[in-house]
Design a protein. Structure first.
Length: 352
């Protein structure tokens, strides 16, 4: 986390561990407010890679699962970087900054993915740098979020993943433009420079409840947005984590690493696992990578936890990649057949 920004948050009561804002002193209250009120989150759990250069679009188009040509100044996009075997190495939220592309992903994956992308540069006129400390990312969520942001910025993006630029620093390529992305009907992500972030935080926190980063993680689970972490790298094909359902996969673009596997899964009907949302009423927090079991699999794991977060009503909500047949037959348990049972909940988009 940017040291200046970290000190700013600490002065305002933030409890920060490993560069991530855990809470502002009332984690249970903050989580309840996330479900029922309007909250402001620092999204320091994510970092940003900047891909610049005159061949940046072609470079990313040849590497990522989505159609990068559809990412514009007014449109963000989910995507993934995969292995040659079609296994997801990272999930990405991509937006433009002038001619550059900004790739958002978990901060702990920024350096390994930067190195991975740099291996493909060769003679291409492309540069991949870590811009995590240049851009402060905030999240605003709740029924009042839109009105609060409108009073601050004026016109907001109207469609999901649409982007607006309420102001810019200098307009030069390479500068970080202020941006607002509509993540869902009641959820917005703001990218902004450090100095402007301080005044914006002061304004927004006066009208909302500051909340820890885990609250935003729970909102991602509620909205069915997968985030690949170090524990789950190379565990899933893109469709297993519903990237095809949220616009993170193009089936009409050219080749990219893993494309053959992704296409075969799509067109030959071989998808056996999907990602589902579920609640687990357990005492100990499930972890990404934890295995799931069901009677129909005869001792073999039937799935895996992709993401987990404390739920406002107690227990934990998860995104779980599960054998479709096991999900339909039920029940599915955490860790072993005698383990805590998953109660499946609807996602905001159809999975069939």
């Amino acid at each position: 986390m940017n040291a200046d920004w970290q000190n700013f948050l600490i002065q305002r009561g933030a409890i920060i561990e490993s560069g991530v804002t855990q809470h502002f002193g009332e984690s249970v209250t903050e989580l309840g407010a996330t479900a029922q009120g309007t909250v402001l989150c620092d999204l320091g759990q994510f970092g940003t890679l900047r891909v610049s250069g005159e061949e940046a679009q072609t470079f990313l188009q040849n590497l990522l699962s989505s159609d990068i040509r559809e990412v514009t100044s007014g449109r963000a996009q989910y995507s993934s970087l995969n292995t040659a075997k079609g296994r997801v190495l990272a999930t990405l939220l991509i937006r433009r900054d002038g001619d550059d592309y900004l790739l958002q992903l978990p901060r702990e994956l920024c350096e390994p993915i930067r190195k991975k992308l740099s291996m493909y540069v060769l003679r291409a006129k492309v540069k991949v740098t870590d811009a995590s400390d240049e851009i402060i990312t905030l999240g605003l969520s709740g029924a009042e979020a839109q009105g609060i942001l409108q009073s601050q910025f004026g016109e907001l993006p109207q469609q999901h993943l649409a982007v607006s630029h309420p102001s810019t620093n200098s307009g030069r390529t390479g500068d970080s433009q202020d941006s607002v992305i509509r993540i869902s009907d009641t959820r917005f992500q703001i990218g902004i420079s450090t100095e402007r972030a301080k005044s914006l935080w002061a304004d927004l926190s006066a009208k909302t409840i500051p909340a820890g980063s885990p609250c935003w993680n729970w909102l991602n689970i509620r909205d069915g947005i997968p985030v690949i972490l170090p524990q789950t790298q190379e565990q899933f094909v893109a469709q297993m984590v519903n990237l095809d359902l949220i616009g993170g996969v193009s089936f009409s673009k050219g080749c990219y690493p893993g494309q053959e596997i992704v296409a075969r899964t799509q067109y030959l009907g071989k998808l056996k696992r999907r990602m589902y949302r579920a609640h687990i009423g357990c005492a100990n927090a499930p972890q990404p990578g934890d295995e799931l079991f069901s009677a129909d699999m005869e001792g073999q794991a039937s799935g895996m936890i992709a993401n987990a977060a404390a739920a406002p009503e107690g227990g934990f909500d998860v995104l779980a990649v599960v054998q479709i047949a096991s999900h339909d037959a039920g029940p599915v348990h955490l860790g072993s057949l005698p383990g805590d049972r998953l109660t499946f909940q609807p996602l905001p988009y159809p999975t069939a």
